[in-house]
Design a protein around this ligand. Structure first.
Ligand code: HEM
Length: 173
């Protein structure tokens, strides 16, 4: 006797109200979050670069550069995080997908590390670099890569934050 597998239903696909995933926090249709995340990503990598250059050269210039870059990474990360969070809470189709919440959890962990990596440098940016600052920069760079990759997955795999285009009459999308 052959057994047939029961057909599985996707509860999100079944509810039309959850189909809308278009970004609301946008300028002329261009999502602000996607525009802003480039800053914390680039600045976090810059902190790691400056820490490594300080380790190599012992030039306090690099420790000061890392201090300012860590402040910029945290500040811009929080601003980007606010736009992402508003999007997450306001758009029903984004809020109801678990992948969006996975990205949120990764991002909040990243923002706390970015804040701590800046905090330890306030007051004594030179002594803070080795070894703790450098270790935190490595952790922040790794988590930034994971969070950024996952953000791209939201857009490219799940079409979160994208506009759905109606297919012209008589043509499949
Ligand atoms: C703190 C809360 C955050 C939330 C709730 C959030 C939410 C989202 C959402 C909903 C999207 C889909 C596109 C859109 O709707 O704009 C997205 C995309 C993305 N996010 Fe976040 N995000 C957060 C923080 C971050 C941070 C700190 C980074 C930096 C590493 C980041 C990196 C990205 C990237 C790279 C994309 C893909 C952008 C694209 O290719 O268009 N997100 N995020």
């Amino acid at each position: 006797m052959t057994r047939t597998t029961p057909e599985l239903n996707d509860p999100v696909e079944e509810h039309r109200a959850l189909h809308g995933k278009e970004s609301l926090i946008a300028i002329a249709g261009h999502p602000l979050h996607a525009m802003l995340v480039a800053f914390p990503i680039a600045l976090t990598m810059s902190v790691l670069g400056a820490d490594l250059l300080f380790w190599w050269t012992a030039d306090p210039f690099w420790a000061r550069a890392a201090g300012w870059a860590s402040f910029g990474a945290f500040l811009m990360g929080v601003i980007a995080g606010i736009t992402g969070t508003v999007e997450l809470l306001v758009v029903k189709g984004i809020r109801n997908r678990s992948a969006s919440w996975t990205h949120f959890i990764l991002a909040v962990m990243l923002l706390s590390i970015l804040g701590a990596n800046w905090g330890i440098r306030v007051g004594d940016h030179v002594d803070a670099v080795l070894p703790l600052g450098l270790l935190m920069s490595c952790l922040a760079a790794g988590l930034t890569a994971v969070t950024g990759w996952h953000g791209g997955k939201l857009v490219f795999d799940y079409q979160i934050g994208t506009k759905s285009i109606e297919a012209p009459a008589g043509r499949e999308p």
